[in-house]
Every structure is written in C-alpha cells, then in structure tokens.
Design a protein around this ligand. Structure first.
Ligand code: AMP
Length: 404
C-alpha cells in the first residue's frame, strides 16, 4: 500500500462533464491549491471566506462550482448568480472566465460595469440573465431604476473583498447583498482575510461558513523572484529602470507608478527612448483602457505604466516583470502588483525601487508578505547614500558569479 498522497485531478472533484470538457480544452488537468480547497466546499453548498490572490487560479475556484450548480438547476428566472468585483477590469476578467469554462452551457451572462454606455446593459437586463458580473456603483444605479430584481439570487460572490474595502465599496456591496435572499450561498474571496475586513463582512456569511486560508502558503509565490533597489532620486531611479529594460530579457512588463500623471509622463519618457510603452490609469475612458490592455496582450506594446486601480484584474499570462517604480501606499497592494507576473505556473520577476525615506513602508510590505525582500544593487548604479543598517545590499554582477 502506497502512503504517497496521489495528485487530485479536476475529474476527482465531482464536476459536470461539460465543465470537465471545457477545462480539458483549456489544458487544465490539475486544480491549483485554492481550487482543491474551495471547490468541494462550494459544491457542498457551504459559504466560504477564502484568502486567495490573483494568479493562483482564484477565479476558477468560484466560477467552476457555480457553473456546476447552474448546470444542475437553472430557474429561468434569474439572475441566479451575482458576482461583485471592485474594478471593471476584474469584472471583465471574470466574465471572460465564465465564457471560457462555460462555453457549452448556453448561459446568459451580463457584465454590468461603470464606464460603458447604459443602453446595452439595459437591454441585457431586460432579457433572461443567469449570471450578473458587476461593479457595485453601476449595479446600484440599475437597482435604483428597478431594472434588476435580485430576489432569485442563489449565490452571491464578493471577489477581491479586501480591495472593495480599500476602495470604499464595502457598504455598497452590503447594500446589494441585502437585496438578495438571506438564504443565498455567499462566497468571499480576498487576498487577505484580516480582522478589519472580516468585521465588515462576516455577517453576510452563514454562521457555519468555511474559512480557507492559504495566505501563508501562497503569499509570496516561490516562482516570483523579488528584488529591492535603493534609489537616491528620480534620475537614479530612471537610470536603474532603463538598465533593467535594456539588460534583462523582458517579454512584457507592468511598471507601477504612484500617480496618473506620473504614469503618463513615464510612458512618454519610455516611448521617447524608443520603447513600446503606454500608460493605463483611471482617467482614461474605459474603451481606451480595454484597448491598451489588449495591445499589451497582443505584444503591440511591451511596457504598461499603470496605477494600482487600473492594473487590477489584468490577466496576461506572460508578464515576465513587474516594476514598482513607486512602492504602493497600501502594503497589500504589493501582493496584488507582483501577482501580475508569475501567472499560470510561469516564472516572474518583481523589481521594486525605494528611497531611504521608504524604510517604514518596506517594513510594512515585508510584514504583510511574511518574508524579507532581497536588497540588491547594480554595479555602477549603486545608491550613494548608505543603505539601511542590517540590510547590506547584495551586489549583482552581470556575467559574474554571484554576489559580492
Ligand atoms: P486567477 O488567479 O483566477 O486570476 O488565474 C490565473 C491564471 O491561471 C489564469 O490565466 C487562469 O486561466 C489560469 N488557471 C486557472 N486554473 C488553472 C489550473 N488549474 N491550471 C492551470 N492554469 C490555471
């Protein structure tokens, strides 16, 4: 008798044959840890609070069981499933995942997000709809105008709930939840399940909800190599960025900047250096944002200079590098940012720039990540100021053998 634990396959998870066929076509055979942990719980009809970041297969963790449920029981009077997302990009991503996995299921999915014209949404809501994927603001707009009846919702999903809290949407989400039946199944996904979040959302869950906390294990995916470079000033930071862009093999990269204006300026600067770069931020019209992400996906641009909100939900599997040109203000955003790379089992590199004034912020990030980030420097581009005590930088020599 073997004591080795055998690998779980999707076919072991009691999913409907159409869904298994859809997964097979995607080439997915083995569920990721968050999928293995949450799919059986959701299939059993339990509420769940799961900690999972993007890039870990989180979307399929809730999309597959809800598709399974709809395959077994569709009332015809929908929507039966309501998914709330903090951003439009993430909502589009979820809608795309539903369409991908449920291709053979004849599902009516309505994507109700801000920044897009109302008429198409009004039309979608006037017909049969099984699943609504929405950002809270626009959904409430339609609710107030009585274009949507949520009394047949069997499953409510709050995706990236921590982000909803940060962005001030949690009260809207609670208001929306109240319009759905109290007997519904509620699924909560969030990068972190800390106390401040759970205090605000725990009452939306049934008392016997199951907590799936894989954050310790997946906080810092081993396949993402993380490096931190201390910088003296803006010029030094730019020289370092150019060094990486010119010396590393970069398939596609996202460069995070603190402000919309800086995102534009940095993208312009990179373009003037002959690089295929574009900015992405919340001041851009939605169709422009969608087009820019598509250009990155297609390889028409190689570098996307983005703010946190705009980059949320981008799922492009071959982003080789994430640069934190500026550190995120909210430490948890660091996880979201670096999770843009190292997706779908690929390797990724996350390079952060920080000045000596950022010492406290670096500590906060390391505390959230539960691990230190390696300090590095590039020969010829070292910071002139002395680095933080106890964190002597490892020197990286290109073409040489290791640190000095
Ligand atoms: P997510 O965390 O939902 O944003 O998913 C990250 C990426 O992993 C997406 O491109 C998914 O299509 C892909 N993915 C999800 N589940 C699996 C799986 N079991 N095997 C391989 N790739 C997957």
């Amino acid at each position: 008798m073997s004591t080795a634990r055998s690998t779980i396959h999707f076919s072991d998870l009691n999913l409907n044959a159409d869904i298994l066929a859809g997964l097979d076509r995607c080439g997915y055979k083995i569920p990721t840890p968050i999928q293995t942990a949450s799919i059986p719980v959701i299939l059993a009809g339990k509420d769940i609070a799961a900690s999972a970041q993007t890039g870990t297969g989180k979307t399929a963790s809730f999309v597959l069981p809800i598709l399974n449920r709809l395959a077994l029981k569709k009332t015809g009077r929908g929507p039966n499933v309501l998914i709330l997302s903090p951003t439009r990009e993430l909502a589009n991503q979820i809608t795309a995942a539903i369409e991908k996995y449920g291709r053979h299921m004849n599902l009516a999915v309505a994507s109700i997000t801000g920044g897009v014209p109302y008429p198409k949404q009004i039309q979608q809501l006037s017909r049969r709809v099984d699943i609504v994927v929405a950002t809270p603001g626009r959904l409430m707009d339609h609710m107030e105008r009585k274009r949507l009846d949520l009394s047949n919702v069997d499953v409510l999903i709050l995706d990236e709930a921590d982000r909803m809290l940060d962005m001030g949407f949690i009260d809207d989400a609670r208001h929306i939840a109240k319009a759905t039946p109290a007997t519904r199944q509620t699924l909560l996904f969030s990068a972190t399940l800390d106390k401040s979040l759970m205090r605000r959302v725990e009452d939306l869950l049934q008392k016997d909800y199951v907590r799936v906390d894989l954050s310790e294990a997946i906080m810092a995916p081993a396949r993402i190599s993380q490096e931190l470079y201390l910088t003296d000033n803006a010029g030094h930071k730019m020289r370092l960025l150019m060094h990486f862009l010119q010396n590393q093999s970069i398939a596609r990269a996202i460069i995070f900047s603190a402000t919309k204006r800086q995102a534009d300026e940095l993208a312009d600067e990179l373009c003037s250096q002959g690089l295929a770069a574009s900015s992405l931020h919340g001041d851009m019209k939605q169709n422009m944002r969608t087009r820019t992400v598509e250009q990155l996906r297609r390889g028409r641009i190689q570098l996307l200079v983005a703010t946190d909100v705009a980059a949320r939900g981008i799922d492009i599997s071959d982003i080789s590098h994430v640069f934190n040109y500026d550190l995120p203000r909210v430490p948890e955003d660091y996880i979201h940012r670096i999770g843009r790379t190292g997706r779908a089992g690929r390797e990724g590199t996350a390079i952060s720039f920080a000045s000596r004034r950022d010492t406290a912020q670096i500590r906060n990030i390391e505390r959230v990540m539960k691990q230190p980030i390696a300090r590095k420097s590039i020969e010829g581009l070292e910071p002139s100021s002395r680095p933080e005590s106890g964190n002597a930088p490892q020197r990286k020599r290109f073409g040489g053998g290791g640190g000095g």
